[in-house]
Structures are given as C-alpha cells and as structure tokens.
Design a protein around this ligand. Structure first.
Ligand code: ADP
Ligand code: MG
Length: 340
C-alpha cells in the first residue's frame, strides 16, 4: 500500500509566495517522476508549514498520472523502525530489496535520521540504487541540508544533488486564502473580518492557524453563539499564549555580553582573546539552542561568521561544559537567565 493520503493534494495546497518554488518543483516532479533534475527533491521548512501535505500531494498526483508506478510514502521514523526490526529478524536484505523496487520513494522528516548511522547507511544504499535507475526520491526535513546535524557527509552531499526547496511562513494574503478555502470545503461560513483577525495574529504555523479556526467554530456551536470578534480575540489570545515566545539572537548577545561585562560590539569583534572568543561561542551556542535560526543566519548575526564557525562553537561549548567546571557554571547561569 502506498500510504498516501488523498486529502492532501495539489488542489487544496494553496499557492503563495512562501511556497511557489516548492509547489512548482513538486508539480514538475509529479509530471515526470525521475525525469527531472529535481532528484532528490528535498522540501524543507518549519513545523506546520505544509511539508507533509505537499509530499503527499506529489505522490497522489503521480499515482493519478502513472497508476502503474509504485509510490510509497513513509515517515523517516517508521522507516527506521522497519529497518531495526529487519536487523533483529535477520531480514535486512529483504528490507533493502523491497525499497529498491519502488519507483517513487517519499520519506517525510529525514531529520529523524540524525545520529542513526545504521539507518543512514541502509538509506544511502537504497538511495544510490534508486537514483542510478532513474527512480524518484522525495524528502522532507525541518532544516536545509547545510543545517542538518549528525547526518553523514556522503548522504548530505546526495541530498544536495537535486533541488532543495524551502516552505516559508505564508504571508497574510495566503493565510487568509488557506482559511477561506478550508472553510468553504467544510461548508462553514465565517465573516471576513473574523478570518482576517485570526490570520493577522496567528502567523508562523498553518496548523495552528487551522487549529484556532476549528476551536472558534467549536466554541461558537457549543455555546450556541455567533462567532464574534470578541470570541476570536479570546481564542487567539489563548493560542498566542500557549506558543512559547522565542528569544531573539540580539537578546542572547545582550545577555551574554552583560554577563561577561563587555559590549556587544566586543563580543562580535574579530579578536582572538580567549575570554571574548568564549563569550562569542556561548552566544552562538544559545542562539542554536533557543532559536530556530539556521547556523548560517546565527553566524551572520553574531559577528559575520560562517555556519562552520557556529557549528564549531556549539561543539566547543559541549566539550568544555563536560570538562571545565568554571565553564559549566557559565552555561548554567546563562541558561537560567535566558529561560526566564
Ligand atoms: P508540516 O509537515 O510542515 O509540519 P503539514 O503538511 O502537516 O505541515 O501542514 C499543517 C497543516 O497546514 C495541514 O493541515 C495542511 O493541510 C495545512 N497547510 C499548510 N500549507 C498549506 C497550503 N499552502 N494550503 C493549504 N493548506 C496548507
Ligand atoms: Mg509533517
């Protein structure tokens, strides 16, 4: 069985600036699976932005156009479980053989492979076989390949062979159309000003936006009340409160420089003085830990460094905090200050 969800298709995946590239690359792949340079096609982006939806849509469309092709959708987590099971049962070769016969393989959330070397190894072999035979591979991930951690280099380099397309946060217009389209399909009516109010305030995650709308409908029907702006305000407030606020990289740099009694400009400077380098590395480490920013973006905001420098900083902080007692104290103090 393909495991595809027919409710996730291109028709109900609304187009906007935030997803145009990924969506059209997906369409191109669906028209000619294995026959474009988008192989693998890697779709990446934050939670709730439509990666799973788009991955299914591509598979559904291929199955529609090419019924004879075998298409398989699987989460990276399930793939990993199946692999571990096959090792236990001594059927690793059957596992590999099964996957090598598929025409279109869709693996969702490949960041789950991080640190799992056995699974990465088996996937590497399956990938090579499929790719060499002109079969299509579609992957999704919460990060771009450059920001993936604990994934083997040889696999990362293959991820970059095809196209990496980002799903970004949809703008206001797109959020409104997504909600309107969903309500229309569900046969629910809601005044425009209310839809716009909710779409204005819930912006970083389509799943949450849909959740807020569903909760609004539920509350109004439960209380047998009209959906009003007041009710919308209450629902939005609850959603916004429940979403953890993210500390900014500026704020992290300020807290770290204050702690070491230096200026932010000193922390960002090119100096190699040990205590300043350490402060800078700590700022990078906390930016990685407490924000969703990519390594590249952290580097550029903390003294215009590259992503490799940030990665090195994170590793250094990890190492030092397990070997150096004073340094561990810095990490603990700063963690407390930043977690408020
Ligand atoms: P992800 O896998 O990136 O976490 P999902 O694919 O699960 O996100 O999407 C979350 C919800 O948002 C789903 O209900 C999906 O249908 C909806 N969604 C996301 N983007 C769009 C879009 N462009 N058009 C319509 N619905 C969307
Ligand atoms: Mg998903």
């Amino acid at each position: 069985e393909s495991q595809l969800n027919p409710n996730y298709n291109f028709d109900n995946f609304l187009e906007g600036d935030s997803n145009r590239l990924a969506r059209s690359a997906g369409m191109a792949v669906a028209n000619k699976p294995g026959g474009t340079s988008f192989n693998p096609l890697l779709i990446f982006g934050g939670v709730g932005l439509g990666k799973t939806h788009l991955a299914h849509a591509i598979g559904v469309e291929i199955k529609d156009k090419y019924p004879e092709k075998t298409v398989l959708y699987i989460s990276a987590e399930k793939f990993t479980q199946q692999y571990i099971e096959s090792v236990k049962k001594n059927t690793r070769n059957d596992f590999i053989h099964f996957y090598q016969l598929i025409d279109v393989l869709i693996i969702d959330d490949v960041q789950f492979f991080s640190g799992k070397s056995g699974t990465q190894d088996v996937f590497f072999h399956i990938f090579n076989h499929l790719h060499q035979n002109g079969k299509q591979v579609i992957l999704t991930s919460d990060k771009a390949p450059v920001d993936m951690q604990d994934i083997e280099q040889r696999l990362l380099s293959r991820f970059k062979w095809g196209l990496s397309a980002e799903l970004q946060t949809p703008d206001f217009e797109t959020r409104v159309s997504i909600v309107k389209n969903k309500l229309y399909r569900d046969g629910v009516e809601m005044p425009d000003d209310i839809i716009e109010y909710v779409a204005k305030h819930i912006k970083s995650n389509v799943r949450e936006l849909e959740g807020a709308i569903i909760s609004l409908i539920a509350q109004s029907s439960f209380n047998k009340k009209e959906v009003t702006i007041e009710l919308a305000k209450q629902v939005v407030e609850k959603f916004v409160k429940n979403t953890k606020r993210e500390v900014s990289i500026d704020y992290i740099q300020k807290v770290v420089s204050d702690y070491f009694q230096m200026d932010v400009s000193t922390l960002q400077s090119k100096t190699r003085k040990r205590h300043i380098v350490q402060a800078r590395q700590l700022a990078m480490f906390f930016a990685k830990k407490f924000t969703k920013a990519s390594l590249a973006s952290i580097g550029s905001q903390i003294g215009k460094r590259d992503h490799a420098t940030v990665l090195h900083a994170c590793k250094t902080v990890d190492n030092l905090s397990s070997t150096d007692k004073q340094f561990r104290k810095y990490v603990e103090d700063l963690t407390k200050k930043l977690s408020l």
